[in-house]
Write a protein that binds this ligand. Structure first.
Ligand code: URP
Ligand code: ZN
Ligand code: ZN
Ligand code: ZN
Length: 510
């Protein structure tokens, strides 16, 4: 029932320049707005019923439509954050932002879709975990969302349930932890077995790449050396542990001939390993999260224990050179997707590790800050173009996770999930104004020039920079995703080539 019209400035469907936004509130459906975006030149985009239905020049504005001036702004597809942990049971507690506050963060930061990790206990059922996640999200999300599965043990039941998740519930990506020994970590044969099944089912395998055995060893070494504070966290998991795990998991993917998605790459060595695998022909999709782009490990040595602990996440914050290397890898296209890994905890929760850094719940926030920070440090600094910004905050994730072109595009047939980005709007990140329930914002005081003026969810005005959050927590819908996304396109052909190569080798011998 709602309408959006935008006039665009370029043929690129990913980004449009608007001059006015017009809204019409319908009488029939309270809270549902007709939205009309007009722009300087070229075509308009008309949306109806939460979907973009027409892109044409000069679509006439009807009476009664409310006008919002968007002169000089960019209308982009809403951000997609493919890496969040909302209300997640972890390290003896639950992450403090749930679907309600977490998706509130999302729309206030221009993000209109999040994908959350369902993490079953080692002995738990994936389907039971899916039911729990469905319950915690139902009616509590301000924007659309989906789930990734996580394999935390390997057996027949897990294999059967993965198939049901993919076929019946549209859960078509699945994370494997090479870290967190004693809780979430898998052994190499389990990872290979799971990748093999993922390939058959068209599920995109994902990996948290840190070598859990080495981490456990080094944590003991650092703790026993007398370092017990948050600064011990980065010291106990240096870059080679991550690089090794990236090398391992990309090698597994090569072995199985399946695509692979590596989450939260944090250092130069990890990016290099991804590059090496890509050059060997492995379909590796590399993600980087806002924490590693914005903060270095010195934050973990802050004299304020609570502030230092707020910067404890895994993989840990790295050296300033690593931050530069991650930006360079984004520029070069080695890493293509950005997430937040939003996993917030309160001061009190973090204090569980007051005497021992190994017990500090791992995680940093970032859903609301992701697009602001990447625009500020990426676009404003001249590192990445606006079009690349759209790709790395929305379109790339939509393609990788098989949401495109329903999400991640301003195109006919796409969902009317949009952000009107004002490059002249300044926002200073602060715990005083953020939507998260965490008391500390590790990016406190960061000045961002360029921010969402308006966020539109399903054709409705969800957030306005002056009026705040206008959406209701039942606007978000669960979005199932079909199996065999674009990352699988080369798999069958390559399987054939591999078979032929083997046959040739065998024939030589005969
Ligand atoms: O420290 C982090 N990243 N916490 C969330 C869980 C994970 O490893 O992604
Ligand atoms: Zn133009
Ligand atoms: Zn992780
Ligand atoms: Zn994570």
């Amino acid at each position: 029932k709602s309408k959006i019209v935008t006039k665009s400035c370029s043929d690129d469907l990913a980004m449009r320049i608007a001059s006015r936004l017009l809204f019409l509130l319908t009488e029939e459906i309270p809270g549902v707005s007709h939205i009309f975006v007009v722009e300087n030149h070229h075509s308009d985009v008309l949306c109806d019923n939460g979907v973009i239905v027409q892109i044409a020049e000069n679509i006439p504005i009807r009476d009664g439509w409310e006008v919002v001036d968007a002169q000089g702004m960019f209308v982009m597809p809403g951000g997609i954050d493919p890496h969040v942990h909302l209300d997640m049971p972890f390290m003896g507690t639950h992450s403090i932002d749930d679907f309600e506050s977490g998706t509130r963060c999302a729309i206030a930061g221009g993000t209109t879709h999040v994908i959350d990790f369902m993490i079953p206990p080692r002995t738990g059922s994936l389907l039971e975990t899916y039911r729990q996640w469905a319950e915690k999200s139902q009616g509590k999300a301000y924007c659309d969302y989906g789930f990734h599965a996580c394999v935390t043990a390997w057996n027949d039941k897990v294999a059967k349930e993965l198939a049901v998740l993919a076929r019946e519930h549209g859960v078509t990506s699945c994370k494997h932890f090479l870290a967190y020994k004693g809780s979430l970590m898998l052994a190499a044969p389990e990872v290979i077995a799971s990748f093999t099944l993922c390939k058959q089912l068209g599920i995109l395998p994902m990996v948290h790449a840190e070598d859990g055995e080495m981490v456990a060893h080094q944590q003991r070494v650092i703790f026993e050396s007398g370092i017990h504070g948050p600064e011990g966290h980065p010291l106990s998991r240096p870059p080679p542990m991550e690089a090794l795990a990236v090398r391992m998991s990309t090698s597994f993917a090569e072995l199985v001939n399946c695509p692979i998605y590596i989450v939260h790459n944090s250092c130069r060595e990890a990016a290099l390993e991804i590059r090496i695998a890509q050059e060997r022909g492995v379909r590796v999709i590399g993600e980087v999260i806002v924490a590693h782009l914005m903060r270095d490990r010195s934050a973990c040595s802050d004299p304020d224990w609570d502030l230092a602990a707020a910067h404890v996440l895994s993989p840990p914050l790295r050296a300033p050179e690593d931050m530069q290397a991650l930006w360079a890898a984004l520029q070069a296209g080695t890493l293509t997707v950005t997430g937040s890994d939003h996993c917030a905890f309160t001061r009190a929760q973090k204090r569980a590790g007051k005497e021992d850094f190994r017990l500090i719940p791992n995680g940093m926030l970032g859903i609301e800050e992701r697009m602001l920070a990447i625009w500020e440090r990426g676009v404003n600094s001249g590192r990445i173009s606006r079009e690349e910004f759209v790709n790395m905050t929305s379109t790339a994730a939509a393609r990788v996770f098989n949401l495109y072109p329903r999400k991640g595009a301003v195109a006919v047939g796409s969902d009317a999930d949009l952000v009107v980005w004002d490059p002249a709007l300044e926002r200073v990140i602060s715990a005083r104004t953020h939507q998260s329930r965490a008391e500390i914002n590790p990016l406190e005081g960061t000045r961002c020039l360029g921010a969402p003026s308006v966020t539109i969810v399903g054709g409705r005005l969800a957030y306005h920079h002056l009026r705040g959050v206008l959406a209701r927590p039942d606007w978000g819908r669960y979005v199932p995703r079909p199996a065999f996304g674009s990352a699988f396109s080369l798999v069958p052909r390559r399987d054939t080539v591999i078979q032929e190569e083997r046959a040739r080798m065998a024939a030589l011998r005969a």
